[in-house]
Write a protein that binds this ligand. Structure first.
Ligand code: GTP
Ligand code: SPV
Ligand code: MN
Length: 596
């Protein structure tokens, strides 16, 4: 059955939430005590009505409807601008199941603590019931969630980021199999903020934040932390990965996924525009943040994007760096914490057009370019429907997903890590993923620039013990018979002046080209202790400003400078009580190859 047929079939039987849903909503209503409960249907009429309610309530400001039709601006509370990892908990019955990289709280205690904050917190407010599907409607791999919230910002964002409304009742039927997502702003007090996951109950309780990944519970909370937990049990994977198809000049499309930590280039790679010098290539966006991966009947890995929109980093997004994103956000989009221009447009640092003489900054204050402060918050974001993306793949909603030929890991590393390398095989590739380290960005609270381990870009998003997660990767590798090759990239290596050595963005296709060649069995490579790197002439730099010596530096693997990294890995792995032996073996073998 095709997606469209399935949708039709389901919307014909929609209309009524089932008894499990009704019972749970009543319980949560009794706890939060809203003045009224509103059930979202996902219709266009409803969107218009809620949008004007949100403008009236001050959740959104209308932007210039001629410049940016259907676009609105939101300013978050100033203490609520990014995910708060320190306040994010995995609440498994046994502490050891959350593992050494997650905060843990006992389920009883978490329900009690959050319950005390939720209690009566919606008095004077409405509670919105948001039924939604993660994944294409009608796909057997999709999951249903229901989010209860007192935030219209959340309702309207969830409408864009998920398949929201009556369509979800059809997918759910009489089943009790849905993720119970309770969200409340309460008083937005950081001391009364908790993002709690109860994977054993298929439940999420988030209170005290209205921002992105803390509040749009279908995204990181469901589609990564809860889905990851379910995926391990059910034999599939939920990953912090973009999905993209690369069509070569012969018309063959190869699909790849890539896991980079937050604000490290997934949206950009997913929407890449080939440089003029690489004629005949086309890039097809399937997803920019999350991939659900399964082993197909053919023994390959197949990927689905569970989302319906993009919640992308605004700063640095320009017609030069990411024209497809810029075209996607010209209409029906939300902007959170950016500058409002006097014409009712938007601006942010790195937009590559001159700033307005005077604007309103993300804090809602008068701002001028000479004020010495950033006008947009470094983690300001846009929300836009995937359907508006000019490079959207015709296969992006295929219920079975797309077949994956390569998996790429990456991070922000000023030194040490080369532009690209290929792992030796799946277990070594798993080790390469497990040892991703990256400089911190503004996407989460913390010190920007500080190097931290972020295995598979999943450190903040793994809903269970990270050691078990590595084991799950290894087990999946045993079930796959046609393995994707696993690579690592680093667009962020710098020279001694602190400048990026690699031009990045569209030019990254040059690296992807080598990756595709390697997948096809060609592509010249040199074996090094960390993996295969491109031979000196295997990556074309014609048409760029990259000199021969820059390229040599970008590809250099110097065993001497790898020592601090390997020592840091010793320490990181030392935290793990459940580290798979295969990962220990890979680590020991790599140290031996590096003579460390
Ligand atoms: P999340 O949505 O937080 O998961 O982030 P993401 O991985 O999708 O990050 P995104 O693509 O939005 O990029 C974040 C920042 O990195 C932006 O400011 C980009 O301009 C910058 N960036 C992306 N790709 C490159 C690149 O190839 N080179 C350089 N130098 N910067 C890049
Ligand atoms: C990230 O931080 O990786 C994001 C944004 O994609 S958020 O949805 O806020 O987590
Ligand atoms: Mn992300």
């Amino acid at each position: 059955m095709g997606v469209k047929e399935a949708e039709k079939k389901m919307t014909n039987v929609h209309g009524e939430p089932n008894a499990h849903v009704k019972k749970w909503v009543e319980e949560m209503r009794d706890l939060c005590q809203p003045d009224a409960v509103y059930w979202c249907d996902g219709s266009e009429e409803e969107r218009r009505r809620l949008m004007s309610d949100a403008v009236r309530a001050g959740d959104f400001e209308e932007l210039n409807q001629e410049l940016l039709p259907g676009c609105y601006l939101h300013r978050s509370a100033q203490n609520d601008v990014a995910r708060t990892e320190g306040l994010t908990f995995i609440c498994t019955r046994s502490k050891s199941d959350a593992g050494p990289t997650n905060n843990w709280m006992a389920p009883d205690e978490a329900y009690r603590k959050c319950g005390a904050i939720f209690k009566g917190s919606m008095k004077g407010r409405q509670m919105y019931v948001i039924p939604f599907i993660m994944g294409p409607a009608g796909s057997p791999f999709s999951k249903v969630g229901i989010e209860l919230t007192d935030s219209l910002y959340v309702v309207l964002n969830m409408r864009m980021m998920t398949r929201m409304g009556n369509v979800a009742w059809g997918q759910l039927g009489d089943s009790n199999d849905f993720t119970r997502c309770l969200h409340g702003k309460a008083d937005l007090n950081i001391d009364r903020r908790f993002i709690c996951h109860f994977p054993e109950d298929n439940t999420i309780w988030s209170v005290g934040s209205g921002y992105g990944g803390n509040a749009l519970l279908g995204k990181k909370c469901l589609a990564l932390r809860i889905a990851g937990f379910l995926g391990r049990r059910e034999g599939w994977m939920a990953e912090h990965m973009l999905i993209v198809g690369i069509e070569d000049p012969q018309g063959r499309t190869t699909y790849i996924t890539a896991a980079f930590p937050s604000a490290c280039g997934k949206t950009n790679l997913a929407m890449l525009v080939p440089p003029a010098s690489l004629k005949g290539y086309k890039v097809w966006t399937v997803g920019d943040d999350i991939a659900w991966l399964r082993v197909g009947k053919d023994g390959q890995l197949w990927a689905v994007n569970p989302e319906n929109g993009f919640f992308g980093v605004a700063p640095g997004t320009s017609m030069k760096s990411n024209p497809n994103a810029m075209k996607t956000i010209q209409r029906n989009s939300f902007f959170t914490n950016v500058v409002r221009t006097p014409e009712g447009g938007v601006w942010w640092e790195g937009m590559d057009i001159p700033p307005p003489q005077e604007g309103i900054d993300w804090k809602g204050k008068k701002w001028t370019p000479s004020s010495g402060e950033k006008g947009a918050h470094p983690n300001s974001r846009f929300t836009a429907p995937a359907s508006q993306c000019p490079s959207l793949s015709p296969h992006w909603e295929d219920p079975e997903g797309v077949p994956i030929s390569a998996i790429i890991f990456g991070g922000r590393r000023a030194s040490v890590v080369p532009l690209v390398f290929e792992s030796f095989d799946w277990p070594h590739g798993t080790y390469v993923g497990a040892t991703v380290a990256s400089e911190r960005t503004a996407a989460a609270e913390g010190t920007v620039g500080e190097l931290r381990h972020d295995p598979m870009a999943m450190l903040p998003f793994c809903g269970y013990h990270m050691g078990d997660y590595f084991e799950h990767w290894l087990q999946m590798g045993k079930r796959i018979t046609r393995h994707p090759k696993i690579f690592h990239v680093n667009w962020f290596r710098q020279n001694s002046q602190g400048e990026f050595l690699w031009p990045g963005f569209g030019e990254n296709l040059r690296v992807i080209q080598w990756i595709l060649e390697r997948c096809a069995g060609s592509g010249k490579a040199v074996k090094t202790p960390i993996g295969f790197v491109p031979a000196a002439d295997a990556i074309t730099t014609k048409g760029t400003h990259v000199s021969g010596s820059d390229l040599a530096e970008l590809l250099r693997v110097d065993p001497g400078i790898w020592k601090p990294d390997m020592t840091s890995r010793d320490k990181f792995f030392g935290m793990f009580d459940r580290l798979p032996q295969a990962i220990r073996d890979e680590h020991a073998a790599q140290k031996k190859r590096l003579h460390i």
